[in-house]
Write a protein that binds this ligand. Structure first.
Ligand code: IMP
Length: 428
């Protein structure tokens, strides 16, 4: 039975939440496999807006199992706040399962994230300052605290003591900021441990059992391909693996268990934080997209940089994740534009490039090769059938599909669940 991955193809904020929410209705299990509360999904259900940072979007449906996998980094305070927020809105959170192997974001991770960004000055990454990078750093340098450790008072106290000694020293000596009091942090986190305990289990076992039982699993990516630690625009990336390959490591399932990969593509491009962005717009078209699309961060409120659709980025994402179908989001934001541009290639020093550049210096200097297409200048928000889309809208989408070499699967024309055009049933 199908295990489907939904992941971002650009720099994040493609509207994955809406697509995941739409597909979640048909899934039995929804699982996150990387990232943490640097993500921000806005889902609109019956006119009510829900903002999710850490919990899988499937939580909004009754009776789904929602997994936070081992590859996710968990800020327990944020997770508990989100759980309580959902409960207050009448959402049942009893299906939530949190991996015992996931790493815990500690207060020193958040402070280090901020201090390191200040220290980088002009070379700052533009992180969300949620402690994501420093938590993954500790995971990789093998001094991190996992959920299973948090639940064991003795183990946690000992690990915290060792970590705090080192981190307090680092914070003071290198960054000139005060660290944390051991007993205060210990008490606070042991409190969180008790509140989280009932949700914690071996989620790899849960997922593999579900796969064996023929249940439908939806893996929900956070961030996106161009923010992938290995394949993105390094160092302006996040510290995890949003690409489809990240699912195996971050959820503890084998690659042979994944059936379909859906790449979410916003009908234009945005990015937050620093780093090169070949199709960035600095004119009134960029401002129009930002205002009409409310392109301001869900997590940080920062205005997003906006630009034309870059089919080179989407094609690169397709290759890295073996994307079967694209889910196009926010087509309606382009409804009013008279002409549109799609970037179909990059030129560097006058020559067309064959591969997506690894060097940021090169990416910053490439010239985007555009194709100009006429706009459709009509309202698409109430269209539910692909053939009813204006011809120019279909031409725009089909040209993207051709250049990126990925089939169209879903087109979204508004935030509501019903504002969705299905061209291929993902869960057959
Ligand atoms: P971090 O993930 O907070 O370490 O931030 C690293 C980079 O990833 C920064 O450029 C962030 O703006 C970006 N980033 C992290 N999460 C998201 C997201 O959900 N959407 C878009 N950008 C993100």
């Amino acid at each position: 039975m199908p295990a489907v991955v939904v992941m971002g193809t650009q720099w994040g904020d493609e509207g994955k939440g809406k697509i995941v929410d739409y597909l979640a209705e048909k899934a039995d299990v929804v699982a996150r496999y990387q990232g943490g509360n640097n993500a921000g999904h806005t889902v609109v259900v019956e006119g009510k807006e829900f903002k999710l940072h850490l919990l899988p979007s499937g939580i909004l449906y009754k009776g789904k199992t929602c997994v936070v996998g081992n590859g996710v980094v968990i800020d327990p305070e944020v997770m508990l706040r989100e759980i309580k927020g959902m409960q207050e809105k009448g959402i049942d959170t009893s299906g939530l399962k949190v991996s015992n192997r996931a790493h815990v974001i500690m207060p020193y991770h958040r402070l280090l994230d901020e201090a390191e960004e200040t220290y980088r000055g002009d070379h700052k990454i533009g992180t969300t300052k949620r402690g994501i990078g420093p938590c993954y750093m500790d995971k990789n340098s093998r001094c991190g605290i996992r959920v299973v450790d948090l639940l064991d008072e003795e183990e946690f106290s000992e690990k915290l003591k060792r970590n705090l000694e080192a981190k307090n020293h680092l914070l003071k000596a290198v960054y000139g900021v005060d660290g944390f009091d051991y007993e205060t942090v210990r008490k606070e986190y042991l409190g969180y441990a008790e509140e989280l305990r009932s949700y914690v289990c071996d989620t790899s076992a849960t997922l593999n059992k579900a796969i064996k039982n023929g249940e439908k699993i939806l893996f929900e990516g956070a961030q996106a391909t161009m923010l992938d630690l290995d394949h993105g625009t390094y160092p302006y990336v996040t510290s995890s693996h949003p690409i489809a390959g990240g699912v195996c490591v971050g959820a503890g399932i084998g690659p042979t268990k994944i059936n379909t990969v859906v790449g979410v593509v916003k009908a234009y491009t945005t990015r937050v934080g620093e780093g090169p962005f070949p199709t960035e717009l600095f004119d009134e078209v960029g401002d129009h997209i930002r205002e009409k699309g409310h392109e301001y961060g869900t997590t940080t409120g920062r205005p997003r940089r906006c630009g034309w659709l870059d089919a080179c980025v989407v094609g690169y994402a397709g290759r890295l994740s073996g994307i079967d179908y694209m889910a196009i989001t926010r087509l309606d934001i382009l409804d009013e534009l008279a002409t549109l541009k799609i970037c179909v290639g990059y030129k560097y020093k006058g020559a067309v490039m064959d591969e997506f550049p690894a060097s940021l210096k090169v990416l910053a200097e490439v010239e985007a090769v555009y194709e100009e297409l006429p706009g459709w200048q009509s309202d698409t928000t109430s269209i539910r059938d692909y053939k009813d889309l204006p011809l120019n809208a279909r031409r725009y989408l089909e040209r993207l599909s051709e250049v990126a070499d990925i089939k169209l699967g879903i087109v979204s024309v508004g935030p509501g669940r019903e504002q969705t055009i299905i061209m291929h049933e993902i869960f057959e």
